[in-house]
Design a protein. Structure first.
Length: 335
């Protein structure tokens, strides 16, 4: 199986967040073969019922190659043309997984050891797999985290702040609105207030951004809504403390403001000889901290097509990534 076949075989396994067990089993078996050939070890790292990270290592890990195995919905199977592999997770991040496995295999065949492969669950939702891994370090000094950066070394990434807004009202017949209290109206007022948030900017990371991702509420057009809720996602360029405080102040009791996730923005390691970039998306790195070593962020594919029905990864970049990961590991392992 070549790297393109491995990529497609992984894409063809549905692994939407929470349903990673089957792809985890396949990766466990694949890394088991690699461990057997090169005298390594492999384990499932339990996360919660039917969910686990997959870890393989050779010697005492100094450098760990890591990414996530879960995807966003909806699932759709792979296809390929001369230049690309298409399908859900192709660039985010199953092509990256394949390139990391092939890089590790080639490094081990060349006699290099003291490396690890770590594939985690849950990055697309709450980084639960990375959280569990951060509590189970293995002494690694450097972490190369894979996300679609077009094979450029990211010098920084934005953080994430997720809110859930919940509004409660009183149901009534829509012909008599004075007898009810619309939760949807309360929610709309709260959302308008949030859109006036003072969002900070950063000289390196740029501007924070806010997205109203989902809105739900009511039960029928002729009923005053008794409940409504919305989900908000803010891309942070700092630790989020000022944004969180202002959001709570703007709500002023109008709705329940629930913090679901707070991940600060991070500045990342650099190395000579690599093209660089800044990314606006959030990764597992802030949750890892430095529990698996100093973090670096790089991988094939473009984030601009991730999470879309046009998701794809250039075959050329998959092959380039194998050599990039090998070069990074060799440089880092001698530090």
């Amino acid at each position: 199986m070549d790297v393109f076949e491995l990529t497609r075989s992984l894409v063809d396994i549905e692994s939407i967040t929470g349903n990673e067990a089957r792809v985890g089993d396949v990766l466990f078996a694949k890394l088991g073969e690699l461990a057997s050939r090169h005298s390594g070890q492999v384990e499932r790292m339990p996360v919660e019922t039917n969910r686990f990270n997959v870890l393989a290592w050779w010697g005492e890990p100094v450098v760990t190659l890591s990414t996530h195995m879960d995807t966003v919905p909806p699932f759709y199977a792979s296809r390929e043309d001369e230049a690309h592999i298409w399908g859900r997770g192709s660039c985010d991040t199953k092509g990256i997984i394949a390139s990391m496995i092939f890089a590790a295999d080639q490094l081990l065949s060349e006699g290099l050891r003291n490396i690890a492969l770590l594939f985690v669950v849950g990055e697309e939702r709450n980084s639960l797999g990375a959280m569990v891994a951060s509590q189970n370090p293995r002494g690694s000094k450097f972490l190369i985290n894979g996300e679609p950066t077009e094979n450029k070394l990211a010098l920084g990434s934005k953080g994430a702040l997720r809110f859930e807004l919940v509004a409660h009202g009183r149901m009534a017949h829509s012909a008599y609105p004075e007898l009810g209290d619309s939760a949807i109206n309360k929610l709309l007022d709260a959302l308008e207030a949030l859109r006036r948030l003072t969002l900070p900017t950063d000289d390196v990371l740029g501007a924070s951004t806010l997205n109203i991702g989902t809105i739900q509420g009511g039960c029928a057009p002729n009923v005053i809504a008794g409940d409504a809720k919305a989900e908000i996602f803010i891309r942070l360029v700092d630790d989020g403390s000022a944004t969180r405080a202002e959001a709570r102040h703007l709500m002023n009791g109008k709705v329940d403001l629930r913090e679901v996730l707070v991940v600060p923005a991070v500045r990342l390691g650099s190395m000579t000889g690599f093209d660089t970039t800044i990314v606006s998306f959030t990764t597992d790195i802030p949750v890892f901290g430095e529990s698996w070593g100093r973090p670096f962020l790089i991988g094939p594919g473009s984030i601009h097509v991730a999470h879309t029905d046009e998701e794809r990864i250039p075959k050329r970049e998959i092959l380039e990534a194998i050599q990039i990961y090998k070069r990074m590991v060799k440089q880092l392992i001698t530090k």
